[in-house]
Design a protein around this ligand. Structure first.
Ligand code: AMP
Length: 225
């Protein structure tokens, strides 16, 4: 379904565990957004064992960020001009160095980001959520043992595969990823809050999934029903 009033080109921010990727998935299914997820593109490159995958595997497993130059290389390979298509960037930009990269893509591919949305949640709440996160190794769908359980425990609803914990959802790595977000993610939010206040929105991510999703639709421009 394409709801005409929704923002077309969206960048979603949120610390690991904020629910950002599940929300983006639902927007994709219900409102026809194509998801551009740098984390998923990187994991695919690792699975394919291509040269870029080999370079980034160690960083992803440790929870550290992949160098900006490799992210640019990855996106140049993956991005096409969006035209009127709906897009969500999930996981990019992740450092201040990637902010001008996005601006470069906007110019080169002739589109404009309509909304920068922050799914706001505390460091402590994010850690609790990440411990319960599960992912399908076959299709990449994400679940949560409390907030978004599969129909059958530990089993993917779509393809019946046994769900796994991502290696970077182990306790030490979770803490590391939260610190990375504090250091690199928060300055990006400050940047857009200051430089694009008319396009920046923050949503309270510490509500139920359904309530966060409803707020998200509102800030993307769909009037409340
Ligand atoms: P995600 O699935 O978005 O949580 O990303 C998983 C991992 O991929 C991160 O912990 C980083 O190691 C890496 N990653 C994803 N997106 C980026 C990015 N834009 N810049 C640098 N590293 C990234």
């Amino acid at each position: 379904m394409q709801t005409p009033s929704l923002a077309a080109h969206v960048v979603m921010f949120g610390r690991p565990g904020s629910g950002k990727s599940s929300l983006a998935e639902r927007l994709g299914t219900e409102h026809g957004y194509t998801l551009i997820r740098t984390g998923e593109l990187l994991r695919e490159a690792v699975r394919r064992h291509d040269p870029l995958g080999a370079q980034v595997e160690r960083q992803i497993k440790s929870g550290a960020l992949v160098p900006d130059a490799l992210i640019e290389q990855l996106l140049v390979q993956s991005l096409q001009a969006p035209g009127t298509e709906r897009w969500i960037f999930d996981g990019f930009p992740r450092t201040m160095g990637q902010v001008p990269m996005l601006e470069k893509f906007e110019r080169a591919l002739n589109f404009r980001v309509d909304r920068y949305v922050d799914i706001s949640i505390s460091h402590a709440a994010a850690v609790t959520r990440m411990v319960g996160r599960r992912v399908c190794p076959v299709c990449g769908a994400t679940y949560h043992i409390v907030n978004k359980p599969p129909k059958i425990a530990e089993t993917c609803d779509t393809d019946g595969a046994r769900l796994e914990q991502r290696p970077d959802d182990s306790p030490g790595v979770i803490e590391m990823r939260q610190r990375v977000y504090d250091d690199h993610g928060l300055p990006i939010l400050d940047y857009y809050r200051t430089h694009a206040p008319d396009r920046f929105r923050s949503v309270n991510g510490e509500q139920t999934f359904g309530a966060v999703y409803a707020d998200l639709l509102r800030v993307l421009g769909q009037p409340a029903r």
